[in-house]
Write a protein that binds this ligand. Structure first.
Ligand SMILES: Cc1cc2nc3c(=O)[nH]c(=O)nc-3n(C[C@H](O)[C@H](O)[C@H](O)COP(=O)(O)O)c2cc1C
Ligand code: SF4
Length: 599
């Protein structure tokens, strides 16, 4: 909102800060956007010129990220979190109220340029929604009264820094602690372990602990670190994936807020083991409010010789961490897309192999790990494999942090030993009359009550941490629809099965929900879903049909009850779509119509 600054000055400053390096293009664009609420045309030319890129390069990057724009947004840019759980707690109604109070339609900017309103994917506040972002700052626990208050503040043009702080309060909401959250780590203890015992022994400890990745895929951490350590290179890189974009997940946010010291310790431990000198924390833009504290924590650790050169006095142990922000793209949580994004490009997943452990950031061997994984690794280094194995199952050692939201009395973060049943979880969080539990976000599984004895573990219900609960009062088809809309929005558009498939699936599903579908539509959705699973380029497309396929399998009666008849009705009426063209051209003869134009 500091428009008095000149584009030239801002860019000179940002280029200096980011080393005049085109690999930092995304961070530079984010910086420009933060000052001018968009990336002005003059800035495009100037940055392109200084970094020897083309204007088209820059426009391609800006177009990819939903938080970057070439057109000005309102002075106050409001985005309402559109996660299903936010919707269940009234976000859509509140957005309507806000639109009415401010006289701005969702998806537009008011004519006087003061305010823009829109929706965004889950902002990671599922336990304290409805939530929103104003100029990327999180607003939580919205109520009609708060909406009135916010509308008033905006009409008064009150600077964000002077808004009442309680509007931005983010609660940690830790409801259950176990191995990780119940134990502290003495600062430097994990790094000291690698310095004093050596990388090989540490890798052995990590291997014996059975630690597997907490970000979703469950890859064995020791193996990943070993592959990277064994790859020959002059420089290796450690990346912490703090993109946490899976709707319904917020446990990394709590760890970043409460446990940044242990996270940086885990990253430095990894650097010591694999021989990395460079580290990145890739922080989703929705968690911008954490940035300052995280920067301070990094500085504190540099001052304590836990980062920087000759860490703990060990010659040659040089490692530092930079924070890069995301810009509103769920796909950037996928590790190879994340690396592209770290390199300042569009976040399109790479073709693999080569995997990041051999060719990652700028072609250097790179370990990408989730926040929780890195903290667990630090704790294992300090406490040993046996300590870690005291919880969990044979295949799933240790504990898992779960983000629990939806229809329950006590939403929040729960740490459980792996192997815990859904029944226990539902009991502990005070969930009653449950119709279904969505485990692992939209890409995961919808579990009916008959399967509540199943457990959270890699060998059964594997999850990055999202648990969303739906009572019998909810229409599950709305849930499936929300998930399907999410994938349409978040498909990066690179490959056809996903780009087209997500939209076709969404259209068919809308047809079901509105009561116009036939059994043939269900067959088509199944076919489409299988095709997407088999032929998509990355994990997003491969799982984007899960909500529909899983819903049809687990809750067939819900779909069957909405069917219109068993005969065919088009999802998309081509002839009707041509109406506007007929009106413009003034034609309405037979040649201007398409017979049977439905697809
Ligand atoms: C579409 C998509 C989104 C993902 N988002 C995240 C994420 O937000 N955070 C995360 O840690 N892993 C995410 N992953 C998994 C990462 O690709 C990667 O497996 C993970 O960061 C590895 O860390 P870990 O071994 O510690 O789990 C995502 C994967 C896909 C396919
Ligand atoms: S599957 Fe979807 S998200 Fe993945 S590369 Fe293809 S279009 Fe992009």
């Amino acid at each position: 909102m500091t428009h008095h600054l000149s584009v030239e000055d801002v860019i000179a400053d940002l280029l200096g800060q980011w080393g005049h390096d085109s690999y930092n293009l995304l961070q530079i664009l984010i910086g420009v956007q933060q000052v001018f609420s968009h990336v002005p045309s003059a800035a495009l030319d100037l940055i392109a010129d200084k970094l020897s890129l083309t204007r088209a390069n820059l426009e391609g990057v800006i177009g990819f990220y939903s938080f970057l724009h070439t057109q000005p947004r309102g002075l106050y840019d409001l985005l309402i979190s559109d996660n299903i759980v936010d919707q269940m707690s009234g976000s859509r109604e509140l957005a309507g109220l806000l639109a009415q109070r401010l006289g701005v339609e969702p998806g537009t900017t008011r004519e006087d340029g003061v305010v823009s309103l829109g929706y965004t994917s889950c902002t990671g506040m599922g336990d304290q929604g409805p939530a929103a972002l104003v100029n990327n700052h999180a607003l939580t626990s919205l109520t009609p009264q708060r909406i009135e208050q916010i509308a008033g503040l905006i009409e008064e043009r009150m600077p964000l820094g002077e808004w009442p702080q309680e509007l931005f309060a983010v609660s940690e909401n830790i409801q259950r602690r176990d191995l990780l959250l119940d134990n502290d780590l003495q600062e430097g203890a994990a790094i000291d372990a690698v310095v004093s015992r050596g990388a090989e022994q540490l890798l052995g400890e990590l291997e014996a602990s059975g630690l597997r990745g907490r970000g979703g895929a469950g890859f064995r951490t020791a193996l990943k670190w070993r592959f990277c350590r064994d790859a020959s290179a002059a420089e290796r890189v450690v990346v912490c994936n703090a993109d946490e974009g899976e709707p319904g997940t917020f446990k990394d946010r709590v760890l970043l807020q409460a446990d940044a010291d242990r996270l940086f310790e885990g990253m430095t431990l990894c650097a010591g083991v694999i021989g990395a000198s460079r580290g990145f924390l890739y922080l989703r833009a929705e968690y911008l409010y954490l940035l300052e504290d995280l920067q301070q924590e990094l500085q504190r650790r540099r001052d304590a010789n836990l980062l920087g050169e000759a860490i703990l006095g060990q010659a040659g142990f040089d490692f530092d961490i930079e924070i890069h922000l995301g810009a509103g793209a769920y796909i950037c949580g996928e590790e190879s897309a994340l690396i592209e994004s770290l390199e300042g490009k569009r976040g399109i997943p790479r073709i693999r192999p080569p995997f990041p452990v051999t060719e990652g950031y700028r072609g250097r061997p790179t370990v990408v790990n989730n926040v929780e994984t890195l903290i667990a690794a630090a704790m294992i280094a300090a406490n040993g494999a046996e300590w870690f194995r005291s919880r969990g199952t044979d295949d799933s050692a240790g504990t898992k942090l779960l983000s629990i939201s939806g229809d329950c009395k006590r939403p929040g973060v729960y740490e459980y030993p792996y192997g815990v049943s859904l029944e226990t979880i539902l009991h502990d969080c005070g969930a009653e009359d449950v119709q279904a539990v969505q485990v692992a976000g939209p890409a995961g599984q919808c579990v009916p009550p008959s399967e509540f004895d199943r457990s959270i573990a890699f060998e059964d219900l594997s999850t990055g941490g999202s648990i969303m609960i739906f009572s019998r009062q909810r229409d599950l088809l709305n849930v499936v629809e929300n998930f399907s809309d999410f994938f349409v929005h978040e498909s990066c558009g690179f490959c056809t099965p996903c780009r087209v498939g997500t939209t076709l699936l969404q259209k068919r599903l809308h047809k079901v929900v509105s009561g116009h579908a036939t059994s043939e539509d269900l067959v088509m959705m199944e076919r489409l879903g299988s095709l997407m699973r088999e032929s998509s380029h990355c994990g997003l497309g491969a799982t984007a049909a899960n909500p529909v396929l899983d819903g049809m399998e687990k809750f067939p009666e819900l779909f069957a009850a909405r069917l219109k008849s068993t005969s065919f009705e088009p999802a998309f009426d081509l002839d009707a779509a041509l109406e506007e063209a007929r009106q413009i051209s003034g034609r309405d003869d037979a040649g201007a119509h398409i017979e049977g134009g439905g697809i």
